[in-house]
Design a protein around this ligand. Sequence first.
Ligand code: EPU
Length: 416
Amino acid sequence: MIIHGGAPLRGVVELSGSKNATLPIMMAAVLTDEPVVIRNVPRLRDVKTAIELLGGLGVAARWLGDHELELHARALSGHEAPYDLVKTMRASFVVLGPLLARAGRARVSTPGGCAIGARPVNLHIAGVRALGARVQMRHGYVEAHAARLIGARIWLDNPSVGATENILMAAVRARGRTVIENAAREPEVRDLARMLAAMGARIAGAGTHVIEVEGVDRLHGADHAVIPDRIEAGSLMAATVATGGDVIIRGAPAGDLEAVVAKLAEAGAEISPVADGLRIARNGPLRPIELRTLPYPGFPTDLQAQMMALLTQADGASVITETIFENRFMHAQELIRMGADIVMKGATAVVRGPSRLSGAPVMATDLRASMGLIVAGLAAENTTTVSRVYHLDRGYEALDRKLGALGARIERAADE
Ligand code: EPU
């Protein structure tokens, strides 16, 4: 992605559907032999990967419109999620729960490490074990069997999003009652629960620390619209503030963005609700802030890189602490190459600004780090080239088109 920086973003932009809500909702299609229709599906590389994964299980996928996807798991023809797919997209692992619930067996590759941290799946496995599945690890795969899952009380050591989703999808068809304690409260978990409820599941408490599920024998088809992507919203907000712009973000889910809005406002952004979204602008200098990533409703780790890029423009020392993933500062070295002043020690980074960022060739290491580099490139002088753009295509729909429409000078190099 080639960015000629310095142009303030201005105008109106429409959000896409949430990637991290869409992926588990797609996996939920496995739970019924009837078709499900999912609306507001973002056209992303990860969605393609999920379609491929589901295809391997016998789930038919059909686009009904640009963003409307029908999935139909009439009869499953397989029960395996192969390494080749799981290693490219960790969210594949949440097919374990629905497969077990529907087919009584699942063979799912373990994802292995990740650029941002170790990201183990022990809580997912402990969860399905608690529901009565026999689980073995063999040849890099989790092999799980259960003639019928049985409801249980499950305490999560930490409120893992993926583990909550996996256990939830296993529990909806288990015999009896399941209680997930210390569950993840993320809006994406809530959206999955809404989809499952539309399919006939009995769930209470999604969006709180305790989710209760009363298992049912059968789930049916459903029609569900995915929530807007709060991380895309936060990314565009960071880009707007970094460039001193003024943008209306249509569809921005204000209720899901409270921590983000609070921190951006503390840094000096002006944010106001407008019909169907938020308006964000920056008119004066930026103030330094302290920021700590936390599980929802805390500040999301998925916006930490974008905030770091933005805070290079604040007048003073900001302190960022990353508490979710142990290696999620990979973008800092690239920002330093662009002229940022960042010192890291363990999970904390001190960003001193304001720095005059100058364009440079930089390399993306993961999805959100790439977006951080785009934010920096938009604020920098001259030209920044962000390589390994396939990371961005995994999770941002038409990013170059959306930013271009807001006045950014951004283009995709032909050979990417
Ligand atoms: N963890 C464990 N054991 C487990 C599972 C998780 O120790 O069995 C730990 C992780 O290592 C991590 C913490 O728990 O330290 C939280 O991880 P979580 O399971 O909540 O993350 P995830 O479900 O793997 C989702 C998003 C991530 C996002 C995190 C945190 C999807 C598909 N992915 O991952 O999104 O960063 O929640 O909010 O929903 C992204 O979109 O770029 C992305 C990485």
